[in-house]
Design a protein around this ligand. Sequence first.
Ligand code: AMP
Ligand code: MG
Length: 486
Amino acid sequence: MTTTSVARPFANRFAVELPELARVWQAEEVPNPRLLVLNDPLACELGIDPDALRGTDGLGLLTGTLVPPGATPIAQAYAGHQFGGYAPRLGDGRALLIGELTDRDGRLRDLHLKGSGRTPFARGGDGRAAVGPMLREYVISEAMHALGVPTTRALGVVATGRQVRRETILPGAVLARVASSHLRVGTFQLAASTGDVELLRRLADHAIERHHPAVASAEHPYRALFEAVVAAQADLVARWMLVGFVHGVMNTDNMTISGETIDYGPCAFMEAFDPAAVYSSIDVAGRYAYGSQPAAAQWNLARFAETLLPLFAEDQDRAVTLAEESLSVFHTSYSTTYSAGLRAKLGFPAEVANTVTAELGEELLELLRSSQVDWTSCFRALGAAARGDVQPVRGQFLELATIDDWLARWQALDPDPDLMDRTNPAYIPRNHLVEEALDAATAGDLGAVQRLLEVVQHPFEARPGLERYAAPAPQDFGRYTTYCGT
Ligand code: AMP
Ligand code: MG
């Protein structure tokens, strides 16, 4: 069998450097593989010929049944706090890290599969995934990427031809995804829990080399690593907030060291602005509600700090003090990204004083909340208002006097409509459209998924004929709930 046409040689760095945190494993056979979507540009970025991926060997690579040269597929082990409760042994129950590839920019990227069969970490799970949730991760992660939010990427989804038993019988699929790594806070939690400080150090060194090489020469590399991760996560969550993204399951095993969004399960894009917005059926207490995400991230990062204490200082009281100091980086990084982002959303370049734009922003958010206005449409319509057409904005509010007063003060500062159109998306993956497209795909019709993908991959270019994709859900769509049974 020739493999070179499909993939360049892989590395197996994680498998070799951190064998204690992995089990060498193999994907289960796929009876009838059929490609549903393929990310041609991403394949090219990885130096893989997209046409070869469409062939038999390519489908083998995308489902794990063909192991490329150099690769040692593994199921990664990790622990994690799930909704605040510690689970000491999680790990890839239905996923495999195939190996690492150097992309055309010289960056090391993981190729990882989800839905590739049971592993030693499967616990009671069947190791499988259904077509709907795998396409959902594909659509939403690619939309996030197009919106400029750091994220894992989706390379392809292959239907397996196997049935998956959930509440009903569903068609099965494997998602191939790409990340700058799959190191998680939960990976460090597992390493720390072994009490083996040398393993922990090896993991930290691996993370430094892969994600934050500059910190290797810092005076205190492990503290610098921690601060780099805190800064990356603070920046990430600020970006989520700016696009109205609710992750839904911010457990420590779903938080990366790279600062990329990972694991699109019960996530959603908020429509009417509401800090309490929550979509996941299992998040009954609203732990991961839209407005709680910055606090949830800090809580997770405090758990990350705890794992690193043995590397911070010999004296553990001193180590705790240092960790607390370093965690304060979160606030600074978060505010920097969030304020700059909100300022740009309002159409003001960096020169306009922060206090003025922050005040206008806060006032607008309060108006959006009290009038339950759609986050995405309102900011996009403000771009039109900056060009002189205020009707699209005014039409979204019931109390016209307050919005008119706000608009007058905002327009007096001369907002830049071009900056706004580059910043405020016209199209996000609207929940009702995602559901509609996934239902059709599950029934065998991929048209709606393909159209939705084309729209959300170019979120800032408003195009005639796509009005439906820019509009909030109709009233009868009701309250949106996402389910974890992915
Ligand atoms: P997630 O909610 O996707 O982050 O998954 C949490 C944990 O459950 C991870 O360890 C997954 O590997 C595992 N898991 C989720 N679904 C399945 C499944 N169908 N079979 C085996 N393990 C699963
Ligand atoms: Mg997960």
